[in-house]
Write a protein that binds this ligand. Sequence first.
Ligand code: GLN
Ligand code: ZN
Length: 762
Amino acid sequence: MTITIHNLGYPRIGAKRELKFAQEAYWRGESSEQSLQETAKRLRSIHWQDQKVLDFVPVGDFSLYDQVLDMSVTLGNLPSRVTELPGSELDAFFRTARGRSPADQSAGGVAAGEMTKWFNSNYHYIVPEFSAETTFTLNAERLLEQLAEAQALGVNAKPVIIGPVSYLWLGKEKDGSNKLDLLEQLLPVYDDLLNQLADAGAQWVQIDEPCLVTTLDADFRHAFDIAYHQLHRSKPKLLLASYFSDLGANLDILRELPVDGFHLDLVHAEHEVFRLIDWCDTKVLSLGVIDGRNIWKTDLNATLDKLEPIADRLGDRLWLAPSSSLLHVPVDLSQEDTLDTEIKSWLAFAKQKLSELHVLKVALEEGREAVRDELDANTAALASRRASTRVHNSAVAQRCAAVNADMGTRKLPYAERAPLQHAHLRLPLLPTTTIGSFPQTAEIRKYRSDYRAGRISEAEYIAAMHADIDQCVAIQEELGLDVLVHGEAERNDMVEYFGEQLDGYVFTRFAWVQSYGSRCVKPPIIYGDVSRPKAMTVPWSAYAQAQTKHHMKAMLTGPVTILNWSFVRDDQPRADTCRQIALAIRDEVLDLEAAGLNVIQIDEPALREGLPLKREHWQPYLDWAVEAFRLSANGVRNETQIHTHMCYSEFNDIIAAITEMDADVITIETSRSDMELLEVFENFHYPNEIGPGVYDIHSPNVPTVDSMVALINKAAEKIPVERLWVNPDCGLKTRAWPETKAALEHMVSAAHQLRKKHRAAA
Ligand code: GLN
Ligand code: ZN
């Protein structure tokens, strides 16, 4: 028996983020296109070398920005506002990606393509744009070149493309037309592409159809039939890949689909494998047995227990792979020379995952004895993780077991506690505030890195941060803001900052994962029970409160966001881990309250992105996510005002859950949508206070007083003015001081103007 092992995609940023630095140098005009392309080529060759244990290596998964944008180029579907401009193909590519190419340095840019989340991951893709006028023309150059590059290196290459149905699913009609109408003219282009790849020597093509794991309507389901009945006549063999979840109601679509093989995400869809096997009498079945979304070692023996009977049935038709592209995990664990060695022994990054795949292959082909040492080492590592006293903390377990609904319920309902808060806080109508962070200047960053590196003492560091708080307080007082913030200068990142102070977390040095373009994130790893050894933010907030007579708003990151932006342990339900984090944040909230902070904000910007891919799984997630928030926030006195912040604009489906959280004030992103999203709050009769952002902090532009007055007036048509706050869309850390001060000055005058108007009317 021969088991084929392959990979769906490999991280493209490079073990040391080489791609990021090359992209950014090119964008700044500091390096040539040629040098960018050389770095890209060198990285591809390293990545193929990294994967040489595999029988098939992906080609076409590399991208200078995003693989969906690459597919748009391949199909000749870049927005006309971009292609009309003069310049090279790369100029058009980067203009679509980020609104400008180095050629546009002095001239203004062009509207970039919309960017949105890639399914339930933290990767963002550039949304294809469609209209009734869209036409497609094949541009196979990139794929053919990279295929030739791989072949020249002696790699057994398998091109990877996004399938036609998912390509349409991922895009947006800009003119109200129906994007599925484009399928008919899209298919001949795919046909052509597939034939050209086969002519260039590709035996198999991996065709990704990840929309199969979402809830699809009848038209989209039908599109699969049409597409693959046409494409199966093309020359290469097609491996149709789905990932990130099970197929659920879409499993039936595969039943009669004329392709040569399927890839199923076995980590998330194990229960579907036997039905698929029954339908694969001659087809290849690729099983994604190694988690492409997490960083834990695979239990190789348990995986073999599952695979051996399957291998008996499928023989050579069984392929193995990671569950999804490895784009979502860091490159190489072996670089982590400062990571705790015990914890390191439990982990596997992209490179290590491919070695695991190879061990599985040999074990299936030759028997487990042939890889006894590897399997024993794996067993030992997993046993050490299971038994480690560092993973399990009985005090945390006891606290979690004692959690009850009362702990997450405010002492009085909003309608009764609000008057107590108003009497206590004595805030004016339309109170003004900000979302937490103030500009993170080079000076602040230097203090933090100097402190980390031991170049300055703790006392010097604290003094520097206090000076920054003093300055933030002075500026806010001068601006006339009502509820102040301390500015968050001490925080590198809103999750990492808390993770570093919580037990149960470890940090890596190089475990970067691409989020979009050149932006990478380094999610901290939750390996064990989470608890808070001591107060995390109280000294900063208490210091800040002592500097002013105004109310100082304390800032915390909420449990759901901390969870969703970390690599999470896989040995217990996410809900349990979230509850542990919630208890730690609850302790912090109560300590802040005891330290005299009357207003406490708990940010949950990542709550929405944790929604499962299928609607039928949403409610259970929302249930535990809301419970975690309530547990963290609602232990306070009636007089203490809880704020939460969510910077996005889609609340339609989750408004009931948002209301359940019962925060006294929620600040949201609305300035770009012209207050439209407030309709959801209006229609739902959202009962608590709302601060719809009136200042778009994602742009360096300074909004005028009038524009903000207009936005507040619009908001007041939908929400009673007594329940409105005035604030920016999000934190100001990416902004510079001059525009921040100017914009906030306008914001405060807008609030003052309307306050007068409403008082006069009253
Ligand atoms: N308090 C955080 C800040 O102001 C919120 C950031 C966010 O919502 N992403 O930076
Ligand atoms: Zn925000």
